[in-house]
Ligand binder design. Sequence first.
Ligand SMILES: NC(=O)C1=CN([C@@H]2O[C@H](COP(=O)(O)OP(=O)(O)OC[C@H]3O[C@@H](n4cnc5c(N)ncnc54)[C@H](OP(=O)(O)O)[C@@H]3O)[C@@H](O)[C@H]2O)C=CC1
Ligand SMILES: Nc1ccccc1C(=O)C[C@H](N)C(=O)O
Length: 548
Amino acid sequence: MVQCDLGGDCCPRDPVTDKRMKMDGWINLLICFTPVCICTRRGYARVNYPSLRLFVMTTNYRRVSDTCKRHRRDSSTMEESNCITNQKTVVAVVGGGLVGSLNACFFAKRGFHVEVFESRGDIRCAKKVKGRSINLALSHRGRQALKHVGIEEKIVSKGIPMHARMIHSLSGKQTPIPYGKKGQYILSIDRANLNKELLTVAEAYPNTKLNFDHKLQDWSPETGQMTFIRADGAKDQIEADLIVGCDGAFSAVRKQFLRRSRFNYSQTYIPDGYMELTMPPVNGEFAMEPNYLHIWPRNAFMMISLPNLDKTFTCTLFMPFENFEKITTGDEVIEFFQEYFPDATPLIGVDALKRDFFCLPAQAMVSVKCSPYHIGDKCVLMGDAAHAVVPFYGQGMNAGFEDCIVFDEIMNEFSEDLGAVLPEYSRVRVPDDQAIADLAMYNYIEMRAHVNSKWFLFRKHVDNFLHMLMPNTIVPLYTMVTFTRTRYHKAVEHWQWQNKVINQVLMLTAVGATVAGSCLLIKRRTDVIKMGLSAEEMWNRILALKTF
Ligand SMILES: NC(=O)C1=CN([C@@H]2O[C@H](COP(=O)(O)OP(=O)(O)OC[C@H]3O[C@@H](n4cnc5c(N)ncnc54)[C@H](OP(=O)(O)O)[C@@H]3O)[C@@H](O)[C@H]2O)C=CC1
Ligand SMILES: Nc1ccccc1C(=O)C[C@H](N)C(=O)O
């Protein structure tokens, strides 16, 4: 048994011979460089398999020793043995976005040698971070994952709690609808900052290397060999034991899956697009109440607004593309905003609206479902690469982060046997990710239309009241999804069951009340007549109640 103490033997074993490596790093490097140089003469830098292996072994030797030293200080025997047994496994995480960088931390914690390949440059050095920017809403699942890598508190301290939806009516009246019980909230988070923090945490592991400007072009499921194109057009060929595809909704890793039999795939663009606008601070303060997710629900479309740390709000208008296309001039923009968002118009500013509305065209939103998520013991998809969802539940990132926890839990359960872990991960995770994809579609209708309905608000009160009486039996859907780690598909099943039960109970109560009321009326017919109410007036009063 290899010991992992400072004075003892902490050398990694050669993955092929299983002998302990005590080679001089310099000799190793020399051997490495020979094939690289020959290939460079052909016009591109090609790192072939044996050289990468040797290179990885060299770096492993150094990095794994460091990891072991660190673990020894933590005096965790379990971790020590992990870092020795896993030294052979090279994990390539493709995509250094939110899920990729977090995943790198999970694998690094296990002592694997982790290489992250990201198509962009290092966003920590960029002046402006390109790409989608719909505000993130961090909730329980995402927080649990961040806690696992020790940065929950840091990220939470930079988030803005949103305790409730704030509904803006056409007349400008604002009505809050709490997300859950007192003290329950979601957090408005800056995506770029979170991504930067996660990259920094990943990089701090001595057994992790971040490779920016590496865009995956192709890979082989048989050998695990990947071809990357670098920013200067040069190609790198790299091999890994496990490829983790975290390269987003248009994943290049997933392309290989599409060529295989019995791989299910669907992609749906919704007919609506989104456009982001900024609401600046007023006199250095937030222009509206900051601790809410503001919604202007207009049935067929909506605008939402989430607070940022710089006291601005990011307003996002979600609307069918055809409506966007009807607005072609600055005056039409103002007319549209005055009609549907009169209270927000002066806060965003007429000039800014006229200008910003035409800066970028409305962006599309796609939902991707696929299964399974793995190929043999070689490759697994996570985050948007496995399940891009529309943004309306604010669960895209949380689900992607939870993917990392679920994978980690299964790794424990199956003692890191990738041949068993990967199929189990697909089995467990596919139904949950598909459930949240459907819920995200549903939540658009809830946010833009249902929140206007008195019946919906009444049902919310009923659900909350019953939840208070029977906290384990009746749990509002939003609570299960956002404030617990109830499996998404179980949450949907439970929601459907409790809806049926509550609606039946309400129906019976209504019938009972009507019967009782009618009996009373008949019994006191004379009193009603005395009140001078005609049958028609009675009927009108009943109709007035129906709008409720
Ligand atoms: N609110 C928002 O605007 C956004 C939210 N999110 C949230 O984050 C969640 C999870 O995101 P995640 O799964 O990490 O996906 P992301 O899209 O955030 O990250 C994927 C990363 O992989 C990179 N990439 C893409 N193709 C390749 C390739 N061929 N080779 C190497 N790198 C590649 C992407 O770069 P590039 O972008 O240049 O293609 C990107 O940096 C989403 O579900 C969503 O909810 C994510 C993005 C935006
Ligand atoms: N972050 C988002 C981005 C776009 C659209 C919605 C959200 C939400 O978070 C919605 C929230 N969960 C809600 O149900 O009110």
